[in-house]
Design a protein around this ligand. Structure first.
Ligand SMILES: Cc1cc2nc3c(=O)[nH]c(=O)nc-3n(C[C@H](O)[C@H](O)[C@H](O)COP(=O)(O)OP(=O)(O)OC[C@H]3O[C@@H](n4cnc5c(N)ncnc54)[C@H](O)[C@@H]3O)c2cc1C
Length: 365
């Protein structure tokens, strides 16, 4: 066990790295523990190869990007270049990152927390939970656990294959644009089918620009709006397949409707249908969460549990803070007036870094 740290940071993503840089600059003793072997491991694990990284700032924020070192360049570089940037920043700042340390539990109380990993223990006054949120939502259909891919490790594997991407947000749009580009550049005639359960896709300006560019360059994209993933089925050859149909089929009278449907081998389906927060981990740590019931929540769904945080992102346990993807897309904020309400929190690099700054500022002022 090491000496007692001012702050132990869990996760070396944009939030954790920014916190490490700021803690060091402020003269705090700190360590970052990371379950993977690289800085930005969460991004390495989830972004499609070659995906451009945007320095998006949500409309409701006015502050500029607070830690330039982890800011994605305006030139919208591919993710590989962003990871190289993170490696260079780690070396330049000589960041104290302990790799292959999977955080498991916390014992003790403020200011004497004992943080356990699968390989050791750390003693710290404060803890920053910056472990992101990469627990993907399920489609809720038979067969998905075995066969639905959730991110693409190697886009080239989809050359020569009609692939179905499900989801209406930025992650799905990024995957669609990346796969289309790979197919186009390989002169491949197959398509990327992009299905969303709703009429409208919800993507931000930067993502839309890239996607538009890809379409104009002759991208191999077919859009399926109002497309509902229905059932997993096994075909005559024993292949697991996903069937989707487009709603608002024409009425044929007598309560009959005509629907258009398509069936894809499950192995060619990429579901990017969002993620849910690490509620079970917060439970295990005994951090207070509030259940959304009635009209309390506008962003989270009925029954979802949201972490309760102060205005400076402190949990119900003094000295334990949570930031970034771990608290997106919303959490319960206890305002200065004591009123608790749901607070929207975009899952972006910018917000994770803004959070990191808020916590380190709080600890040092
Ligand atoms: C496909 C995709 C595209 C995106 N594109 C953009 C974009 O262009 N621009 C943008 O601003 N945002 C984008 N985002 C969102 C952005 O990546 C996240 O908001 C950001 O990474 C959150 O940072 P974080 O530090 O909170 O968490 P993460 O980046 O998730 O980092 C958390 C770190 O904690 C580690 N960890 C997890 N559990 C443990 C544990 N038990 N013990 C130790 N370590 C642990 C993980 O390995 C990871 O390295 C995108 C997200 C996705 C999925």
């Amino acid at each position: 066990m090491s000496d007692k740290l001012d702050i132990l940071i869990v996760g070396a993503g944009p939030g954790g790295m920014a916190a490490g840089i700021l803690a060091k600059q402020a003269g705090l003793s700190y360590a970052i523990i990371e379950k993977g072997g690289n800085p930005m491991q969460g991004i390495i694990d989830t972004y499609p190869k070659g995906k451009k990284v945007y320095p998006t700032i949500p409309k409701s924020y006015t502050e500029p990007f607070p830690v330039d070192e982890v800011r994605p360049p305006d030139s919208r570089v591919p993710v590989e270049a962003y990871i190289d940037q993170a490696r260079a920043v780690e070396a330049e700042h000589d960041l104290n990152i302990h790799y292959h340390q999977v955080f498991t539990s916390i014992e003790g109380t403020y200011p004497d927390y004992l943080i356990k990993t699968e390989r050791g223990t750390f003693l710290a006054r404060n803890i920053l939970l910056a472990f992101g949120s990469n627990i993907p939502n399920d489609l809720g259909i038979y067969g998905e656990a075995k066969t639905v891919a959730r991110n693409i490790e190697n886009g080239e594997d989809y050359i020569g294959i009609n692939v179905l991407v499900i989801g209406g947000g930025n992650a799905a749009a990024d995957v669609v644009a990346s796969l289309s580009k790979i197919k186009r550049e390989a002169d491949d005639d197959t398509f990327v089918y992009w299905a969303h359960i709703k009429e409208k896709f919800e993507i931000n300006k930067d993502t839309a620009r890239d996607l538009g560019e890809e379409v104009l360059l002759g991208g191999h994209i077919k859009i399926l709006q109002r497309a509902v993933p229905k059932i997993g089925e096994v075909d005559a050859d024993g292949i697991d397949r996903l069937y989707i149909h487009q709603t608002s089929g024409a009425s044929m009278g007598d309560d009959l409707y005509l629907y258009q449907g398509m069936s894809f081998p499950m192995k060619n389906v990429i579901a990017c249908i969002g993620h849910h927060g690490p509620s079970a981990i917060f439970d295990a740590l005994n951090l207070q969460q509030i259940t959304c019931t009635g009209a309390i929540c506008k962003i989270a769904k009925e029954g979802e549990r949201l972490l309760m945080l102060s205005t400076h992102l402190e949990t119900s346990h003094k000295g334990i803070f949570a930031i970034g993807g771990a608290i997106s897309p919303s959490y319960m904020e206890i305002g200065a007036d004591g009123i608790i309400k749901e607070k929207r929190h975009s899952n972006l690099i910018y917000t994770a870094v803004i959070d990191a700054k808020a916590v380190i500022d709080f600890l040092t002022t």
